[in-house]
Design a protein around this ligand. Structure first.
Ligand code: A2P
Length: 340
């Protein structure tokens, strides 16, 4: 990385992802000159630590970005929709973790292991979008396979952690678990049904076609990131009572003949991937092992004997790290290194 340092704003610094962004900037030694921590007026004055120093959280306003070079946003779609253009107008490049800008044709949608070149398109709106957490870990594992064997169709079911919904959802899982263990009634605040000791086949809002928005994101974002509109993705996204780490059962069908060995040897070399696949020793990826890590873990790789060129696999990553904060900071690193 060059010696230039950058003024960095974090919008949503008090949230689950924002907090992890602070950690990622520290761990990856991002060249920060000044840092500005922004959240809603509820958090104004709260202290957060960056590089062992306390910083007061400021209220996010339209004028927050004067003199800032890069803004990392994770404060919800509506907030990004409103404030990102103000940041861009102030000459501050936004890397946005919400869904607000992802499908805008003038905003690149980037997973650094897959399409780092797309960052160049940031000049059009001054915004780069970070994909949905479930999509990121899937394309990190599938892109190398697609490049060689051409994936025609993906059937995916997800098992998504509550941290993806935010801090309040993590509190809800803790509170409900405690209530149930104490024989009292669990309160519902965030999810429409109990999440403790349950699974909800419902992430984001239902659409007219019967799929949820989260499920359609997995199709649309995969096509945009992998730059191939011919790939079919059909998804069922499920919230499970896990705090950190999304898991995915993924079935792919390729144009070219493919074997489990082909996939294993490819993924063993793939950037950002770790192969965890020794079922004889009960070794396979699990969310508890992914928590706090930046890699995408792949295992249970086996041929689908019901179709000519099919593979099944199990993909796990920390949704708050690689699925959000780490990927966002990686994009900022590309901006810092190559463009700003
Ligand atoms: P706050 O903590 O002040 O509410 P999470 O996804 O974990 O719930 O976090 C959401 C993040 O987005 C928090 O930092 C939250 O700040 C911030 N946020 C939510 N709404 C706004 C808003 N209207 N303006 C600024 N920050 C917001």
């Amino acid at each position: 990385m060059r010696s230039k340092k950058f003024n960095v704003a974090l919008a949503g610094a008090t949230g689950a992802v924002g907090n992890q962004m602070i950690t990622c900037l520290e761990e990856r030694d991002f060249p920060v000159n000044k840092i500005k921590l922004l959240a809603s007026n509820r958090s104004k004055g709260r202290e957060l630590i960056f590089r062992n120093r306390p910083f007061k959280v400021e209220e996010l306003t339209e004028n927050s970005f004067e003199g800032m070079d890069i803004a990392l946003f994770s404060a919800g779609g509506g907030t990004s929709q409103h404030f990102a253009p103000h940041a861009a107008k102030a000459g501050c490049v936004v890397v946005d973790n919400s869904s607000a800008w992802r499908m805008d044709p003038d905003v690149p949608l980037v997973v650094p292991e897959v399409n780092p070149h797309a960052v160049a398109g940031y000049t059009r709106k001054g915004i780069v979008a970070n994909p949905n957490c479930s999509t990121i870990q899937m394309v990190v594992a599938l892109n190398p396979i697609h490049q060689k064997f051409r994936i025609k169709r993906v059937v995916v079911s997800t098992y998504q952690a509550v941290s993806g919904t935010g801090v309040k959802a993590m509190d809800e899982l803790s509170d409900q678990t405690r209530a149930i263990m104490n024989f009292s009634d669990p309160e519902l605040k965030v999810y429409p049904h109990r999440i403790a000791f349950n699974c909800l086949p419902h992430i984001d809002v239902f659409q007219e076609n019967g799929y949820t928005k989260e499920e359609m994101k997995m199709l649309n974002e995969t096509r945009k990131i992998m730059e191939d509109d011919s790939i079919q993705v059909t998804a069922t996204t499920v919230r499970v009572p896990v705090f950190y780490g999304h898991s995915e059962s993924v079935n792919i069908e390729t144009e070219a003949p493919i074997s489990a060995e082909d996939v294993k040897s490819m993924l063993a070399e793939a950037p950002g991937v770790e192969l965890v696949d020794d079922p004889s020793q009960n070794v396979y990826p699990m969310p508890i092992d992914s928590a706090g890590q930046d890699l995408t873990y792949v295992g249970r790789i086996r041929e689908d004997f019901t179709i000519p060129n099919g593979i099944n696999m199990w993909i796990v990553a920390d949704n708050i790290r690689k699925g959000a904060a780490t990927n966002t900071v990686q994009i900022a690193e590309i901006l810092a290194q190559d463009y700003l």
